[in-house]
Design a binder for this molecule. Structure first.
Ligand SMILES: C[S@@+](CC[C@H](N)C(=O)[O-])C[C@H]1O[C@@H](n2cnc3c(N)ncnc32)[C@H](O)[C@@H]1O
Length: 255
């Protein structure tokens, strides 16, 4: 294991320590505003997969989340009706919290760069805000393509002028630093084609705005009943400017 991976593991074991577990309960909240903000990007990916599934029952798919932390993405898939959902992370403490938040989720400690899993071990492999914690993000992406039978979802920062100006370049947690690697359509497409050659069905990259902290704070200044409509309205206003957006929802369908 690379030193940088070890450092990430050490720092995330602290971040996800028992004393901090309560901080992550928002992942199972039923508050419609928080649910919308938490699930918006995953929903976009799921809508695309459903629209391109040719009538297949995707809810039978085996799902693996990499760099999944306390399981926010896994909880989304369970709540949507998927039965076989595994959350993986380099931190065992995160997975302990995940199991407490949602006992239906299976968990396994995996290094996202080198999972040791067989090819096509899961149907759908997804990551959200995780590849940029790896020293070799494209290796992590290729590992997802290798271990997914049907599809891959990558939700990571998009490379663009505005995102580069206002976004974080270096994330520093204690003794561990990671570079915030940003993607664009061309990078995704080239990485997929290099590895899968012509053996893929679709590569779709959505570019969009994502400013959940700002949108949440703004929405929460209003009474509860209008908070969700306000958050949706703000994101609707930003939609025409998605071509400048700071976030990527990429879906690769292999078959
Ligand atoms: C910003 S958190 C995102 C967690 C989750 N996806 C979410 O959005 O709530 C990044 C996660 O990547 C994990 N991580 C860092 N390096 C990793 C590696 N080499 N393999 C697997 N997970 C890793 C960390 O432990 C942490 O849980």
């Amino acid at each position: 294991m690379l030193q940088q991976v070890k450092e990430q593991q050490n720092i995330f074991e602290e971040i996800y320590s028992k004393d901090n577990a309560a901080r992550f309960s928002f992942n199972v909240t039923n508050d419609p505003l928080i649910r919308y903000l938490r699930d918006r990007r995953l929903q976009k990916a799921l809508d695309f997969i459903k629209a391109n599934s040719n009538g297949e029952d995707i809810y039978q798919w085996k799902v693996l989340v990499v760099c999944g932390g306390v399981g926010g993405e896994g909880i989304f898939f369970i709540r949507k009706g998927f039965h076989d959902v595994t959350v993986s992370d380099i931190s065992e403490n995160s997975l302990q919290i995940c199991r407490e938040l949602e006992p239906k989720i299976k968990t396994v400690v995996l290094n996202g760069e080198d999972t040791g899993l067989p090819e096509n071990a899961y149907d759908l492999v997804i990551v959200q805000d995780g590849l940029h914690h790896l020293p070799r993000p494209t290796t992590g992406f290729t590992e997802m393509l290798r271990t997914a039978r049907k599809g891959v979802v990558v939700i990571e920062p998009y490379y663009g002028t505005v995102g580069n100006l206002i976004g974080t370049e270096w994330e520093v947690h204690g003794d561990s630093t990671n570079y915030v690697y940003r993607w664009n359509r061309m990078m995704v497409s080239q990485a997929v084609k290099s590895y899968l050659l012509k053996e893929f069905k679709a590569i779709k990259v959505f570019r969009l705005w994502d400013h959940n902290v700002v949108v949440r704070k703004l929405s929460q200044k209003f009474p509860g009943s209008v908070q969700l409509p306000i958050a949706k309205f703000v994101y609707a206003l930003l939609t025409p400017f998605g071509f400048l957006g700071n976030m990527m929802v990429a879906v690769v369908l292999k078959e």
